[in-house]
Design a protein around this ligand. Structure first.
Ligand code: ADP
Ligand code: MG
Ligand code: ZN
Length: 492
C-alpha cells in the first residue's frame, strides 16, 4: 500500500435502508408490488390528500422487532412516529412519516468474521421504521421529468451502525451479513438492484493512533455491493489527498459516480435541510408487549452461524462446505431436502450431496442467473443421484452427466424416468477384467509416459486415470481403475 495512504485509518458508519416484505404499504392498503405500472398502486392516504388518516400496518412492526432481536437490540416498549418535513416532487404529502427521537430498536450489535478469522463486533445504534418516497424519473427524455408514486408509503426500516467499521472489507462484510440476516428472517428480498436494499456510507479518516474522529462525509444511495466498496475506496482516497495537500474535510453529502469511480459533493452543511421534526399527530403510539416480543423470539429461524455449526456436526461437513451452503437460507433449505431424501444417511453420502449442490447446482444458478427457488431439479432428485454414487452404481463423473441430463426435465416424473434411464446407461463398470483391458490399452498407447512414470514421475498416474476414464466414458469404477493401474505399471 502507498505509505502516505497507510498512515491513515478510515472510520465508517453505514445507514442501511431495507424495504420490508409486506403485501400492503406502511399506512394504507395499497400494494407494494415492484413491477406494477406507474402510479397504479396509489390512494388518497399515500398521496397525502388532506383529511385522510394513516393506519399502521402491524406486520411492519412485527418485521422490525424480528430484525431488532436478531441484531441484539433493546426493543422499546412505547415508541412514536414523527413527521420529517421537506419538499420534493416525488413526495406529494410534503413530509415523510419516520421515527426520530424514539426509534423502536436501539443499542444492538452484529459480529462479523474477518478474512483472518478474527471476530469483530459492530455496534448498531438504532433501527427505526419509516415510509419510502416516490420515484422521479429524469432520464426518460430531455425536457421533462416523470414521477411515479407507487413507492410512496412502502415500508422501510433504517439500520444505523456505530462508527465502528475500519476498512472497506469490514463494510462489505457488515453489509453482507445485514443482508443475509434480513433474507433469513424473510422480511426483505436482499435485492440491491431493484432498490429494496440501499446504503448510505459515512466516512472520515484520521491518522493512525489518533483518538478523535475526523469530519465525516456521507455518500448517499449506494445500490450494489460493488458500488459500496468502490465508493468507500474513492472517498477515503479523496479525503486523504485533500488533507495531504493542506486542505480540510468539511461535512458534505456526496454522490458516487460509478463510471469514473469518484465521489463529489451535492450538498454542504449550510444547505442542509431543517426537517422540522415533530410527533406525527395522526398515529397512535406503538406499544410492544412482553407477550408479543416473546412470540417473535419463539418464531425466529435458526441463524446462519448456528446453522453452519449444526451442519458441521450433523452432516460431518468441513467448515468451508458448511459455511458456503448456509450463506443463503434457501440454498441451505435445498441442501437439507436433498439430505433428508437419502437412502443411506452416512458421512460419505452427505459429502456427495454437498459436492453436487456446491459445484453443479451453483454452476447452473450462476449460468442462468437464477436463485435456488427458481431451480428446476427438486432436492429429492439430488438425493437419488447421491445414493447412486455412494452405492457405487455410477461414478462421480457419470453423476455429473446425469445431472446435466436431468436439467432438461420438465416435471418431477419426467426427471425420475430420465434418471432411471441415465443411471442404467452410465452404470459403473466394476468388472475387473473389462477394466483391465482398458488399462492395458491406455498403457500400450502411451509408452513415453509409462517410461517417465517409471523414471519417478509418479504424478503421471493422474494422466493415466484421466485417459482410462475417458476411454470408458466415465463408467469405470475409479477404485478398481487405481488398483489395476498401479498393478500394471509395476509389472510392465
Ligand atoms: P445523520 O442522521 O445526520 O446521518 P448520525 O449521527 O445519525 O447522522 O450518523 C450517521 C452515521 O454516521 C452513523 O452510521 C454513524 O456511525 C456515522 N458517523 C458518525 N460520526 C462519524 C465519523 N466521524 N466518521 C465516520 N462515520 C461517522
Ligand atoms: Mg445520514
Ligand atoms: Zn395508498
Amino acid at each position: 500500500m502507498d505509505p502516505v495512504i497507510s498512515k491513515y485509518e478510515p472510520v465508517i458508519g453505514l445507514e442501511i435502508h431495507a424495504q420490508m416484505k409486506t403485501k400492503s404499504k406502511a399506512f394504507c392498503k395499497c400494494s407494494t408490488e415492484f413491477h406494477s405500472s406507474p402510479n397504479s398502486n396509489v390512494c388518497p392516504v399515500c398521496l397525502g390528500y388532506p383529511g385522510t388518516l394513516p393506519v399502521l400496518n402491524e406486520n411492519l412492526v412485527d418485521h422490525i422487532i424480528r430484525m431488532g432481536i436478531a441484531l441484539n437490540c433493546s426493543i422499546r416498549e412505547v415508541s412514536i412516529f414523527a413527521r420529517k418535513n421537506y419538499f420534493y416532487p416525488d413526495l406529494s404529502k410534503g413530509y415523510q412519516i419516520t421515527q426520530f427521537e424514539t426509534p423502536i430498536c436501539t443499542d444492538g450489535y452484529l459480529d462479523i468474521t474477518l478474512k483472518n478469522k478474527e471476530v469483530k463486533r459492530i455496534g448498531i445504534t438504532r433501527i427505526h421504521m419509516e415510509e419510502d418516497a416516490g420515484k422521479s424519473i429524469h432520464d426518460f427524455n430531455d425536457d421533462e421529468s416523470l414521477v411515479d408514486f407507487n413507492r410512496c408509503g412502502v415500508p422501510l426500516i433504517e439500520i444505523v451502525s456505530e462508527p465502528d467499521i475500519r476498512s472497506t472489507e469490514e463494510a462489505f462484510l457488515y453489509l453482507s451479513k445485514i443482508r443475509q440476516t434480513l433474507v433469513y428472517l424473510e422480511i426483505n428480498d436482499g435485492n440491491m438492484e431493484e432498490g429494496s436494499l440501499r446504503c448510505d456510507a459515512n466516512i472520515s479518516v484520521r491518522l493512525k493512533g489518533e483518538k478523535e474522529f475526523g469530519t465525516r462525509c456521507e455518500i448517499k444511495n449506494l445500490n450494489s455491493f460493488k458500488n459500496v466498496s468502490d465508493a468507500i475506496d474513492a472517498e477515503i482516497f479523496r479525503q486523504i489527498k485533500l488533507i495531504e495537500s493542506g486542505g480540510k474535510v468539511v461535512f458534505n453529502t456526496m454522490t458516487f459516480n460509478a463510471k469514473e469511480k469518484t465521489t463529489s459533493a451535492t450538498r454542504s452543511k449550510e444547505e442542509a435541510h431543517d426537517y422540522r421534526y415533530f410527533p406525527e399527530p395522526d398515529l397512535v403510539k406503538v406499544t410492544v408487549t412482553e407477550d408479543w416480543k416473546q412470540k417473535i423470539i419463539e418464531s425466529l429461524p435458526e441463524f446462519p452461524d448456528a446453522r453452519c455449526s449444526r451442519f458441521m456436526k450433523e452432516y460431518s461437513l468441513p467448515f468451508s462446505d458448511s459455511d458456503e451452503i448456509t450463506q443463503d437460507k434457501f440454498f441451505a433449505d435445498y441442501f437439507e431436502v436433498a439430505v433428508s431424501g437419502l437412502k443411506s444417511k452416512d458421512e460419505t453420502s452427505y459429502r456427495i450431496v454437498s459436492n453436487i449442490v456446491r459445484a453443479e447446482v451453483r454452476r447452473v444458478l450462476n449460468e442462468q442467473k437464477i436463485n435456488i427457488k427458481e431451480f428446476n431439479i427438486p432436492g429429492k432428485i439430488i438425493s437419488m443421484i447421491a445414493d447412486s454414487v455412494s452405492s457405487g452404481k455410477v461414478s462421480v463423473t457419470a453423476s455429473k452427466e446425469i445431472f446435466n441430463i436431468l436439467l432438461k426435465g420438465n416435471s418431477e416424473e419426467e426427471m425420475i424416468s430420465l434418471f432411471k434411464k441415465a443411471e442404467s446407461d452410465l452404470s459403473q463398470i466394476s468388472d475387473s477384467s473389462e477394466i483391465e483391458s482398458v488399462v492395458i490399452k491406455i498403457l500400450d498407447e502411451n509408452p513415453k509416459e509409462v517410461q517417465r512414470y517409471k523414471g519417478g514421475e509418479k504424478k503421471l498416474a493422474g494422466f493415466f486415470v484421466g485417459k482410462i476414464m475417458q476411454e470408458s466414458h466415465g463408467k469405470a469404477n475409479p477404485k478398481i481403475v487405481n488398483e489395476l493401474l498401479l498393478k500394471n505399471l509395476e509389472t510392465e
